[in-house]
Write a protein of this length. Structure first.
Lengths: 357, 137
């Protein structure tokens, strides 16, 4: 994307905001400011479509996804494709997944899907895979190598031996603060696949890894966590530039570990508090992250959103599209060598709702 | 029961109730008292924990913990406070009812409903040791 189109893109984003608040994230992958290979894609995540009974679904979560789809369709220029970051469903039923896919079917453009735990733990991903295909794969686009992982697996014993019924297993995993829960992991099999997938890739090729859970350890109590994060990071270490984009956390987070930049996605369904606001346990929110605004529960879509992403020179700028809040841009900062909020980074610039308690 | 017995019975009960009170001094509670009171409290906290995690049988299946894992971001220490959208100063229970009526699309509880007491007990227990900060936003 050249400078002019990028400005146009941002202006459109501003217009969208003025029109009133889309929850979506857009990411731009940058390859050198003058490179014609810069491009953008959209990133929607965590819709948690919930079946009540018959044809009834929870209206609030439906509206979040409908809004994000509508806003994504307004992006101009068009993103090259769209990622969906996982958790289409709340309890993984065919009704929920299919209803979510019906709403996502309104998107203009190709969609790449990532498996979330809410899509998986009822039937171990059977319906999801039947509708959408493999849960881990890779592809190349304009010089960037994209890898999608299923990072929400866990220990076999927990998955296969601990629970009486699939629904019980699903409900246990669906509860974020569950003391009976189990940590997410990519697992040995996929790590072997990843090692093999990356073997033929030039070390200067920008790598973008998409996963549902953060491939870093933030707070185990809510599974803002991937048990084998270090082993996955190790496989990514030889590359000059790696970006990990993830869902699950329903909040803005970003971080830099060595050569790897991390950015999270907002949910279209509902926001989550930062782990530090649970005062009884220690947590490890990346130091770099400037908190998103605290949610105003009286505004239904507040603190939800979606993102579009600009890629240039292998780096990403994540544009968070936030209803009822000023949109935020977290961009890789060349001088600092890590992602940084483009507005709020210095303490004095932060606004009262960014102080969580 | 004759008239005499009807009068005698309440007197007897009163005497029985008063007797131990007169014997014990106000600062004389025992380890057993403390344990029982704590147990009574934790029983209600546990009930609240269950209500908070789906036990309310909300009409649209949504539960409190979906937005508030470990009851985080409920900040009970800031109530009573002015809620702009409600136009007045409210206590925590009124905000809980707002959530029950809106995200949960269900019927509000009476403010002294044992379930409402239990939900507040759980929320507050999860926030223990945090200093009071009423009116804070």
């Amino acid at each position: 994307m050249n400078g002019m189109t990028r400005r146009r893109f941002l202006r459109q984003g501003g217009a969208l905001l003025a029109a009133g608040s889309l929850p979506l994230s857009l990411v731009e992958i940058a390859f050198g400011k003058s490179s014609p290979e810069n491009f953008s894609f959209a990133f929607l995540s965590d819709s948690h479509i919930t079946h009540i009974k018959g044809k009834e679904f929870v209206r609030n979560w439906d509206r979040g996804l409908i809004r994000a789809v509508a806003e994504t369709n307004l992006l101009d220029p068009r993103p090259d494709f769209i990622f969906y970051g996982g958790d289409i469903a709340q309890l993984g039923t065919p009704e929920e997944i299919d209803h979510g896919l019906e709403l996502l079917g309104g998107l203009r453009g190709d969609i790449h899907y990532i498996m979330g735990e809410h899509d998986y733990y009822l039937d171990l991903g059977e319906h999801w895979r039947k509708q959408l295909g493999p849960d881990h794969y890779s592809f190349d686009h304009k010089g960037v190598h994209f890898v999608v992982l299923n990072s929400i697996l866990t220990y076999d014993e927990w998955t296969h031996d601990k629970w009486d019924t699939p629904l019980r297993r699903m409900k246990e995993m669906a509860r974020l603060d569950n003391p009976q829960g189990s940590p997410f992991m990519v697992g040995e099999e996929q790590r072997a696949w990843l090692r093999n997938d990356l073997a033929g890739i030039d070390k200067d090729t920008p790598i973008v890894v998409m996963s549902h859970s953060p491939l870093q350890k933030i707070y185990k109590g809510w599974n803002f966590w991937t048990e084998d994060a270090e082993q996955v990071q190790e496989l990514l270490k030889p590359f000059t530039k790696v970006t990990v984009l993830y869902g699950h956390v329903h909040q803005i987070q970003y971080n830099q570990i060595g050569n790897i930049s991390f950015n999270s996605a907002m949910a279209t369904a509902w926001p989550w508090p930062y782990p530090a606001s649970f005062t009884q346990e220690a947590s490890y929110l990346p130091r770099l992250t400037v908190n998103m605004n605290r949610a105003d529960p009286f505004f239904e879509r507040d603190a939800t959103g979606w993102q579009f992403i600009n890629m240039h020179t292998g780096d990403v700028d994540v544009h968070y599209i936030l209803p009822d809040n000023r949109n935020r841009v977290v961009a890789f900062n060349d001088k600092l060598g890590h992602p940084a909020d483009t507005v709020y980074q210095p303490e004095p610039d932060r606004i009262p709702p960014q102080r969580h308690y | 029961m004759n008239t005499t017995e009807r009068h005698a019975l309440p007197l007897l009960i009163t005497a029985l109730l008063l007797a131990p009170v007169q014997a014990a001094r106000s600062d004389d509670f025992t380890k057993a008292d403390l344990e029982r009171w704590k147990q009574e409290y934790m029983t209600v906290v546990d009930q609240g924990e269950k209500l908070f995690h789906g036990g309310l049988q909300s009409k649209n299946t949504v539960s409190c913990d979906q937005c508030h894992p470990d009851a985080a971001n409920t900040h009970p220490e800031t109530y009573p406070k002015f809620q702009q959208q409600l136009g007045r100063v409210v206590v925590l229970a009124e905000m809980v009812n707002w959530c029950i009526e809106n995200p949960l699309e269900s019927d509000p509880l009476a403010l002294d409903d044992p379930r409402m007491v239990a939900i507040q007990a759980y929320i507050t227990e999860q926030r223990r040791k945090v200093p009071l900060d009423p009116g804070e936003h």
